[in-house]
Write a protein that binds this ligand. Structure first.
Ligand code: SF4
Length: 216
């Protein structure tokens, strides 16, 4: 099958990204996550991968426990994991596992330096893909597109945002990791459900009917 210009550009981009050591990561077992999507119109932007996702064998974002929760959310709007991974370009604020948090609880938040060094990859992807829709997941990713604000005020809404690749609709989601207590408060569950409903409606508009299983 003939590859499109975008697919070829993303192949080249991912080959360079896969070899990146720009912010000083030295552990050869810690490598950048990569997305296999080659004709995406939607991007999802996470924060930073966990250990399981960034090892040589895996290299897939959201392959761990938080990913299971996120794909359960997506299943609730009729989108299965395989379809999502093949149609949505999954990026992140930083692409390599930052290591454990010094407190021993969870992962370290990538430093400002690491975030700045990694930002060029995201800007290139936005410029290449020019996504119609962006789904930032978690505060760090959301603040790449929206001014700092309480999650209560921005989850459950569609935002219109200008970025390196033009303008896109943005539907933010909270981080699905168990470390985030926000999502477990009953009033916030309703905001999450509203956000997922909006996301389902957008995907149903952008994708063929076969990619989104509509509930009867
Ligand atoms: S976190 Fe980003 S900038 Fe740092 S080595 Fe990984 S891909 Fe490169």
């Amino acid at each position: 099958m003939k590859q499109t210009k975008l697919a070829l550009a993303l192949d080249t981009h991912c080959a360079a990204l896969g070899a990146c050591r720009q912010c000083g990561h030295k552990d050869p077992g810690v490598v950048p996550i990569l997305s296999p999507a080659r004709a995406p119109t939607v991007m999802l932007v996470g924060q930073a991968p966990g250990q399981v996702e960034t090892s040589e064998g895996e290299r897939r974002a959201f392959a761990g426990r938080a990913g299971k929760t996120m794909f359960r959310w997506l299943a609730s709007i009729g989108v299965d994991e395989a379809t999502f991974r093949s149609r949505v370009y999954i990026a992140a604020v930083t692409r390599c596992y930052p290591g454990a948090h010094p407190s021993g609880r969870g992962d370290r938040v990538p430093s400002r330096f690491e975030q700045e060094q990694c930002n060029g990859w995201l800007e290139s992807e936005l410029t290449l893909i020019k996504p119609r829709l962006i789904v930032p997941v978690g505060k760090l990713a959301i603040e790449k597109f929206l001014p700092p604000s309480s999650l209560d005020l921005i989850i459950g809404k569609v935002h219109d945002v200008e970025h390196a690749g033009g303008r896109s609709r943005v539907i933010p989601l909270p981080h699905p990791s168990g470390a985030s207590s926000w999502v477990n408060l009953p009033r916030n569950r309703a905001l999450l459900e509203r956000a997922l409903g909006l996301l389902g409606a957008e995907l149903a508009e952008l994708w063929p009917a076969s990619a989104v299983r509509r509930s009867a």
